[in-house]
Write a protein that binds this ligand. Sequence first.
Ligand code: F6P
Length: 322
Amino acid sequence: MNKDDKRVAVLTSGGDAPGMNAAIRAVVRTAIYRGMKVYGVSRGFEGLIRGNLTEMNVGSVADIIHRGGTILQTSRSEAFKTEFGREQAKISLEKEGIEHLVVIGGNGSLKGGYEFSKLGINVIGIPATIDNDIVYTNSIGFDTAVNTALESINRIRDTASSHGRIFIIEVMGRDCGEIALASGVAGGAESILIPEIEPDLEQIVDKINAGNKRGKLHSIIVVAEGVYPVMQLREELQEKTKRDTRVTILGHIQRGGTPTAADRILASCMGKAAIDCIIEEKRNVMIAGKGEKVHDIPLREVIRGTKTLELGMFEIARILSI
Ligand code: F6P
């Protein structure tokens, strides 16, 4: 096939992440630059099953680089987990003569993409999730989410210090402590609870009590979601330290907002690299890397691996919060 005949579709899937729009823009514009036809799929794999495809042009992605969310919208598709769903999705692509699909999303979406590639569609993955839990790579959205969490921690620190209170701040991350660790270190948290390390309540209490003896009355504890029920933690800390304790759950605030420069740059480089892979006839890979340094790795390696958190940062947090 002549390269001018190449057609590619792009979709965003799973939880949205700031920078997805910058990635869509890079995919669309690079594809057009390379003489390809490019289609946007609305609502992720769900939309692909339903055949919700629209041809995109340079203007379709104008004025979106700074916007959070995803202009293509997203979904967590149960139907796509079935063979029937994936067959339907393949038919949608075949109707438009599309052989290549760029999937922008997290672990579940990349897994779905890999299953889909077994039907003969060339799937190129772009890692995008605030959780930063995809192996061998930084994920689009993580930097923004950490900075959003950090801004909240800064604000909470003001009120915590004014009232001499303990604050428990719950952040997202699914099964991964990356957001908690990064925002906790950057926010100067006294304790950080992550899924990768068994929580030690006595140690937290001892630290608070030692601080109190030195005249330090407030304390920030960052907790990754799912590690410890935060309302229970509040009760336990209040009882054991006799200090006024409050809880803030940051939740989906971390998913929205304008992407940071780092996320926009990562998304731009990864989006361009995804199309370059198609031009170079590479099949079923994910774009991986940091900043401007990106490369491709087989999708099957990505979906088999599990990310292990770099715990050096946890040690730094422990030492600096004595
Ligand atoms: O994967 C991103 C994420 O925000 C996780 O951190 C969180 O556990 C989950 O998605 C929340 O999913 P939903 O938006 O479907 O409630």
